[in-house]
Write a protein that binds this ligand. Structure first.
Ligand SMILES: *Cc1c(COP(=O)(O)O)cnc(C)c1O
Length: 418
């Protein structure tokens, strides 16, 4: 059972003030999530979550994480700029990018961010980009190849992933980085995405901790942190059990004490770069039913479309839908569709939902991550607003909706008068 974080009455009030479709975020939920994560890893001195900005690149949301003691994980120039503007200090900025342009490395270094190298080959590139002056703290991203399995379940295929470097490359990179003056080292890896199990982080940690022991023995570097990255996921489907971050933290602690402590690495601090897990469940799209249509199927047309949330069209991803206006309506099987001239513009296919009448307000769940962030402007659709439901119950506009002027602002040779 998935419950919206707003009532019908709240939704009606919001829809009057902020035209639908609109992205809503629950401040209380986001803060509680950050606190639970920090609590789960409080046993590790120096633990830090670097929120993956790409999940929800909205300054007001980043500010909440900052207030909760989190840093940011950036992967592009503008994400770095935004983090700088928000006042994140260098050591609070992780720069985990790949296929990275020169100017992005330069900005990351200028801000004092921690550069996480994706490829062995990037070492020569970053050295040239920074005129031979490497930062004092750096890390490398590991890719073990093969498949990543937990028990008999294959979770992902690192061998097919473009990210990270082999063990031999990582060892070679560490040796060269040490010679180039790097003083503190980290190891990073991201082996499975959107996991809904409490065993992923502990299984990843085991691999990384064993690697760490080997790499330190081989290179003699001062390893100060291990970055478990993202990958703890969201229970998008109502039948899934949400991840229990306290159990996950405890699972990682056991492996830490089993492997790192006896090897004399009990000072290593852990980091995470969670994105989806932190904000996904704490966002809704509020949308109104504007049409119904019956042909070979029954279609419910809403005023949101795939530009507001690409995941269903892109990955066939499931997002739960609640009809706030008619929760007890007769169940019917419908496709819930947007207005794009694309047949994959469907938020739900053959979904059983209470009858959705024209004018009903629907909530699309778990849109806090990769919702607005993956938005685009196909069919000359405009991006919708983002609204933060604050802890005191008030609603704050944190990004206005786009206007036709915004859409045309970059066009030359066309005079547009609204
Ligand atoms: C996307 C990404 C993350 C966040 O992943 P989630 O699945 O949202 O937790 C963290 N680190 C890197 C390098 C990423 O690309």
């Amino acid at each position: 059972m998935k419950r919206p974080f707003i009532t019908l009455q709240q939704a009606q009030g919001l829809a009057e003030k902020f035209p639908t479709p609109v992205h809503l975020y629950d401040e209380k939920g986001i803060r509680e999530k950050a606190r639970a994560l920090n609590q789960a890893f409080s046993w590790n001195k120096g633990f830090k979550e670097y929120f993956a900005v790409k999940a929800t690149p909205t300054p007001a949301i980043l500010k909440i994480f900052q207030e909760e003691g989190c840093g940011v994980d950036c992967s592009s120039y503008v994400e770095l700029l935004m983090s700088q503007k928000l006042g994140f200090a260098g050591h609070e900025i992780m720069f985990s990018s790949n296929n990275t342009p020169t100017e992005e490395y330069r900005l990351a270094a200028e801000l004092g961010g921690i550069i996480n190298l994706d490829a062995y080959e990037d070492l020569a590139f970053v050295k040239a980009a920074l005129d031979g002056q490497l930062p004092q703290v750096m890390s490398c991203r590991y890719n073990p190849g093969g498949v990543f399995a937990m028990g008999t379940d294959i979770m992902d295929h690192p061998e097919e992933s473009k990210f990270g470097m082999t063990k031999d490359q990582l060892i070679q990179a560490f040796k060269e980085m040490k010679d180039l003056g790097v003083q503190e080292f980290g190891i990073h890896s991201f082996l499975a995405s959107n996991t809904v199990t409490n065993d992923y982080y502990p299984a990843l940690a085991k691999q990384l901790f064993e690697l760490a022991v080997e790499v330190v023995a081989e290179t003699g570097v001062h390893l100060t942190f291990i970055n478990l990255s993202g990958g703890v996921g969201v229970d998008y489907r109502p039948e899934q059990t949400p991840n229990d971050i306290l159990a996950i933290g405890e699972g990682v602690r056991k492996v830490y004490e089993e492997i790192l402590v006896p090897a004399g690495l009990g000072e290593v601090r852990l980091c995470t770069e969670l994105g989806r897990f932190m904000t996904g469940p704490h966002g809704h799209i509020l949308t109104e039913v504007i049409h119904r249509k019956d042909t070979y199927r029954t279609y419910v047309g809403v005023d949101a479309c795939a530009v507001n949330l690409m995941r269903p069209a892109f990955y066939g991803a499931y997002h739960h839908i609640t009809n706030l206006s008619n929760p007890e309506g007769n169940i019917e099987t419908v496709d819930v569709v947007g207005s794009l001239c694309e047949n994959n513009d469907k938020f739900a296919v053959n979904r059983e939902l209470p009858e959705a009448r024209i004018g009903d307000l629907l909530v699309i769940h778990d849109t806090g991550a990769h919702g607005f962030a993956m938005g685009y402007q196909y069919n000359a659709k405009l991006r919708s607003a983002e609204v933060l439901l604050q802890e005191d119950g008030s609603a704050r506009l944190i990004r206005r909706a786009e206007t036709p002027e915004d859409y045309l602002a970059t066009v030359y040779g066309f005079d547009f008068e609204a």
